[in-house]
Design a protein around this ligand. Structure first.
Ligand SMILES: [Fe+2]
Ligand SMILES: [Fe+2]
Ligand SMILES: [Fe+2]
Length: 317
């Protein structure tokens, strides 16, 4: 099977993983704090790990990670019915991974998919258990605020969810294509932090009896670490300004506190990204010697004992 087809299969698998992440998080937020929602969020985190592994395999094959998703089922239903939807979604994933394992010859990728299937099988059992427990408990939904959020508050919270979802995708992609280990790790940590923000804001909406929209803007995706970090700093500065102007408009003190905490994290992110940008610029300068370098230096041997400059390809993980 040619590499392009393998890449296409893994890209389809990534879209299924993002679908699962959003569907599960939506269910967890709707349930509010508790054992079941904690368990569902843990499953969503494992799906994020799958997304990461698939992206790595795709990059290694020379492909582009797919940050799209199949449409999650976000329609309202009793909690136990939501869990049964997740049982079905896990089955779809298991079937798709097994079909891909049969079609793909590469041993390493088959091993990766087998490991993911293993997780999906245990997720499916967990969802089955949650469905039974929630049905036994009479499918008690958390008390949603009867009146719903006031329109301005809903607008502010939905703005936040949309921003946070956008940067989760943007930072994950930037970590997948990072040319440096530290950059990779920091972008992944930032993505996880943004996912927490999305959760806090979405839960506030849910508590007011309102379903978050789970849309996102177009994230900035490139293979250039410098361009990526410049876009990351710009979006952090923009959202910091937006949250700062929104905070005084919120009447509820607890929500003002959450927004302030999120805003302070964004300020930290921008500072961190400025440091990472300086380092990325240095790496770029080292990798690309000035175009008008004197000719002799291009031909000169490395000084005794010094290693030759590695080709650019080897600098990319
Ligand atoms: Fe998964
Ligand atoms: Fe954030
Ligand atoms: Fe941020």
């Amino acid at each position: 099977m040619d590499t392009q087809k393998v890449i296409e299969m893994l890209r389809a698998d990534m879209r299924g993983e993002q679908q699962a992440i959003i569907q599960y998080l939506a269910h967890a937020y709707a349930l509010g704090e508790g054992e079941v929602s904690g368990g569902i969020e843990a499953i969503a985190r494992e799906e994020m790990r799958h997304l990461d592994w698939l992206a790595d395999a795709i990059v290694e094959l020379g492909g582009d990670p797919d940050m799209g998703r199949e449409p999650p089922d976000l329609s309202a239903a009793a909690p136990s019915a939501q869990m049964l939807k997740n049982v079905d979604l896990e089955q779809q994933a298991i079937d798709q991974y097994r079909a891909h394992m049969e079609a793909i010859e590469d041993e390493g990728i088959r091993r990766l998919l087998a490991r993911i299937v293993h997780d999906e099988v245990s997720h499916q059992k967990e969802f089955q258990g949650y469905a039974e427990d929630l049905a036994d408990e009479g499918d008690a939904a958390p008390e949603g605020g009867a009146g719903g959020a006031n329109p301005r508050l809903a607008q502010i919270l939905n703005y936040g969810v949309r921003h946070e979802y956008t940067v989760v995708l943007q930072y994950l992609y930037h970590s997948f294509v990072a040319d440096d280990c530290e950059l990779r790790e920091e972008m992944q940590n930032a993505a996880i932090n943004e996912m927490q923000h999305m959760g806090w804001l979405a839960e506030e909406l849910q508590e007011k009896g309102q379903q978050p929209e789970f849309d996102h803007h177009d994230p900035f995706f490139s293979r250039d670490a410098v361009a990526n970090l410049e876009a990351d700093i710009a979006i952090e500065e923009e959202v910091t300004r937006a949250y700062s102007s929104q905070i005084p408009q919120v009447q509820e003190e607890d929500i003002r506190e959450i927004l302030s905490r999120v805003r302070d994290h964004e300020i930290y992110h921008a500072d961190l990204f400025r440091d990472l940008l300086a380092e990325a610029r240095e790496r770029q300068a080292e990798a690309e010697p000035p175009a008008e370098a004197p000719e002799e230096s291009q031909e000169s041997e490395p000084p005794d004992g010094a290693p030759a400059v590695p080709p650019i390809g080897s600098l990319i993980k």
